[in-house]
Design a protein around this ligand. Sequence first.
Ligand SMILES: NC(=O)c1ccc[n+]([C@@H]2O[C@H](COP(=O)([O-])OP(=O)(O)OC[C@H]3O[C@@H](n4cnc5c(N)ncnc54)[C@H](OP(=O)(O)O)[C@@H]3O)[C@@H](O)[C@H]2O)c1
Length: 298
Amino acid sequence: MVPACSYGPRGPESEYVPQKAAIITGASSGIGRATALAFARGGYAVVLAARRAAMLDDLASRCRDRGAEAVAVPTDVACEQQVRDLVAACVERFDRVDVMVNNAGYGLHALVHQTTTDQMRRIFETNFFGVFFGCRAVAPVMIRQRQGHIFNVSSVIGKRGAPFNGAYCATKFAVCGLTDSMRVEMLDHNVRVTTVCPGLTDTAFFDSGEGHSAHRKGSFARLRGLAPPDLVARRIVATVGKNTPELVFSAGGKILTLIAAVSPRLADWMMKRYHDDLAGPRQASRRRRRGRMHKQDT
Ligand SMILES: NC(=O)c1ccc[n+]([C@@H]2O[C@H](COP(=O)([O-])OP(=O)(O)OC[C@H]3O[C@@H](n4cnc5c(N)ncnc54)[C@H](OP(=O)(O)O)[C@@H]3O)[C@@H](O)[C@H]2O)c1
């Protein structure tokens, strides 16, 4: 539970309590939107960033309905200057940044050898450089405050690669590495840095990504079920101020991470089987039959 914070009554006898402020990127939809609402409910002022201004405005008014101050700052996280301006806007308005959630990102569904160089560069611009720019811009503010918490959103498949997601996984692995490094660097400054690894979550992610991932949302839902974005949001808010290296969601995600560390070969087998199943039961059993025949032939 986040302590409610607000401007205290300013007067000679009362102590001024600064309002806590959280910046959330990718706030126009899904996990980012749910996280913004959760911080607003927790008494934070929220600074909302994404490219779609109208959706940010709508969210800002919902946050205000919950009694929070809210500012919409249309931002493309792939542009470093825009991310600097985002952090500056928060400092200018609230004099501080207590939490930064670097969440903006999208998926790319493609085989590695069919991923174009341009696609690879573009997904890194948003999913990795967007996070890096956020960290770079906010760290000096938090160091000065001697307080703050940065959350970088990766993925369960930023811990173990998955077929058809090579480019996406590469960006999310990069986020994990960056975040692990920064966490230790920030220890002496009392700034916390946490990696967030959601599992399959029910958002527009599957529709908004590149490649033919849209039809797969149904397959994922059929096989595993999708977690509500609010689950991730509430865990992020509850983790503020704690020295938590990472939040890995879903039992499946935790098991996969563990197995991948102990036996990469077993993890490969699980991934292959899982993705065959995603293609549908008939295709999966056909592929398995083909695999058995191939073994008999050799
Ligand atoms: N859903 C899942 O199953 C899942 C699982 C693991 C990890 N994740 C991660 O969770 C994060 C949030 O995704 P989601 O599931 O909530 O998907 P979503 O509903 O599609 O939200 C993605 C958000 O990122 C923003 N965004 C994308 N590119 C941007 C850019 N260049 N600049 C600024 N904002 C940008 C989008 O806003 P605009 O289009 O308005 O800019 C949107 O608000 C992503 O990093 C994703 O990789 C999701």
